[in-house]
Design a protein around this ligand. Structure first.
Ligand SMILES: Cc1cc2nc3c(=O)[nH]c(=O)nc-3n(C[C@H](O)[C@H](O)[C@H](O)COP(=O)(O)OP(=O)(O)OC[C@H]3O[C@@H](n4cnc5c(N)ncnc54)[C@H](O)[C@@H]3O)c2cc1C
Length: 419
């Protein structure tokens, strides 16, 4: 059990690491966040900004297996596997398809619901009313389908019903009232009224960092090279590119890069990166009151304080392959299919690395054979949603406080049967 004067190092200054650090700081811990980059420079920088407290549907849904061949050949499709990366990603994909069984989908959905449902409350708690009202909008989210909703929308609606989540089916007229400029091809949609979004993911996550420092925490710009447990006693020495740090507890919140720190400690987890792109359109002539996800194309449009962002799609190509800028540019083309009169200004393009497990659940909690080491990564498509509740849970674990949710579904041990 840590004493009130014990020090925790959190590796990673994304939404997960900074939420965890701020909860720990407020629980009386000494906290240092270490990141090779400034706060909110990786996945937490360029996402769609959706805060989806009422979303509990995993990515892997029944019927996926039949789609796999198409993923290899449509370079600009919503999901693509670079052929040269197929051998590397295949074992992960097999687990992904395995996780799309109905029975597993509902188990996963229960665990997603438990983590996500407190997301908006956690953001309120972390930010306080002034920053919350400045940065977050609780106006709902809309999902639309070109050419009619497929079977996946039925499964998503069943998941909403299972959890008592409010979901309103939208008629073509409802859709046109919300979005007068939308293409007449869009005929079906669903409004999830209790979801929301941020007008600037980067500024939101930077605000967590600013609050941490204002409340006494530290953020160091260093790259952690190795976590070395002290022999025979609790505690760690962290080697970074410029320093050594002795510390009582370590939280690995390093997103898609977490495995590089864990594999030398004998911890193996099936973590892949689902690469995603954005096109930031700086001067759009259309403003969306409610962000909209175009489900059959795998991307979304969010009006932010600095323009309209088209973001999403999935590309399996690993952490080091160069970006395919055509995928980013195609987001603008797709946005114009949905809003034919959209003008954009000169878009800026971005590639980000979602940290993803095959079952869509993050990896959270202590490592049983290394006391003081905690895992907090793998939030895939929902880090802006699950990040703050994760921070609360990990802080409770580190300090020995009662846990707000059952941590079992998120344990790294769920993958033991595969490794
Ligand atoms: C296109 C796209 C759209 C998305 N849209 C949404 C959305 O609308 N809503 C939502 O909830 N989620 C969304 N996501 C997912 C979300 O962005 C991620 O789940 C989330 O940002 C992950 O946060 P993180 O803190 O785990 O990782 P990151 O933000 O990636 O941070 C990890 C940090 O760890 C640091 N690090 C790694 N290794 C080391 C090391 N050895 N030493 C020091 N530092 C290290 C990195 O520099 C990085 O800053 C989207 C993602 C993408 C790509």
């Amino acid at each position: 059990m840590p004493t009130s004067s014990s020090t925790t190092i959190v590796i990673g200054a994304g939404v997960v690491g900074l939420s965890t650090a701020l909860y720990l700081q407020r629980a009386g811990q000494r906290v240092i966040v270490i990141d090779a980059l400034p706060p909110a420079s990786a996945a937490s920088y360029g996402n769609s900004g959706l805060i989806s407290c009422d979303t509990a549907a995993p990515i892997a849904l029944p019927g996926m297996l039949g789609k796999v061949p198409g993923w290899l050949f449509d370079r600009l499709g919503p999901l693509v596997i670079r052929p040269s990366y197929l051998p590397k990603v295949l074992p992960w994909l097999v687990r992904w398809v395995e996780a799309s069984r109905f029975s597993r989908v509902f188990e996963v959905s229960d665990a997603m619901r438990a983590l996500h449902k407190e997301a908006m409350n956690c953001w309120r708690e972390l930010l306080g009313p002034e920053h919350f009202n400045d940065l977050i909008r609780t106006v709902g989210q809309v999902r639309i389908w070109e050419g009619g909703a497929g079977s996946e929308s039925q499964i998503e609606l069943a998941i909403c019903a299972r959890h008592g989540i409010k979901a309103e089916t939208l008629s073509p007229d409802d859709i046109r009232q919300l979005y007068p400029e939308i293409s007449p091809n869009i005929k079906s949609g669903v409004l999830i009224p209790n979801n929301g979004y941020t007008i600037n993911p980067q500024r939101l996550v930077q605000t967590l960092g600013n609050l941490l420092v204002a409340e006494g925490g530290q953020i160091l710009t260093e790259r952690v090279l190795k976590i070395i447990p002290n022999a025979g006693q609790q505690g760690f020495m962290l080697m970074t590119n410029v320093n050594n740090h002795n510390v009582d507890q370590v939280v690995v919140a390093s997103g898609a890069w977490s495995l590089a720190l864990l594999e030398p400690l004998g911890i193996k987890v099936p973590l892949e990166t689902e690469r995603g792109y954005h096109a930031m359109m700086p001067s759009p002539n259309i403003t969306l009151k409610i962000p909209v996800s175009i489900k059959n194309r795998g991307f979304g449009l969010t009006s932010m304080e600095h323009g309209m962002r088209a973001a999403g799609t999935v590309e399996f190509a690993g952490l080091t392959a160069s970006p395919d800028e055509q995928r980013a540019k195609n987001l603008v083309t797709q946005a114009k299919r949905v809003f034919p009169t959209l003008q954009t200004g000169e878009p800026k393009y971005w590639l980000g690395f979602r940290p993803s497990t095959p079952d869509s659940l993050p990896v959270l909690g202590p490592v049983s054979h290394i006391p003081g080491l905690f895992l907090a990564f793998g939030h895939a498509h929902w880090g802006m949603t699950g990040g703050p509740p994760t921070g609360k849970l990990i802080s409770q674990m580190v300090t020995g406080a009662p846990l707000s949710i059952d941590p079992l579904p998120y344990s790294y041990k769920r993958f033991n049967q595969f490794i």
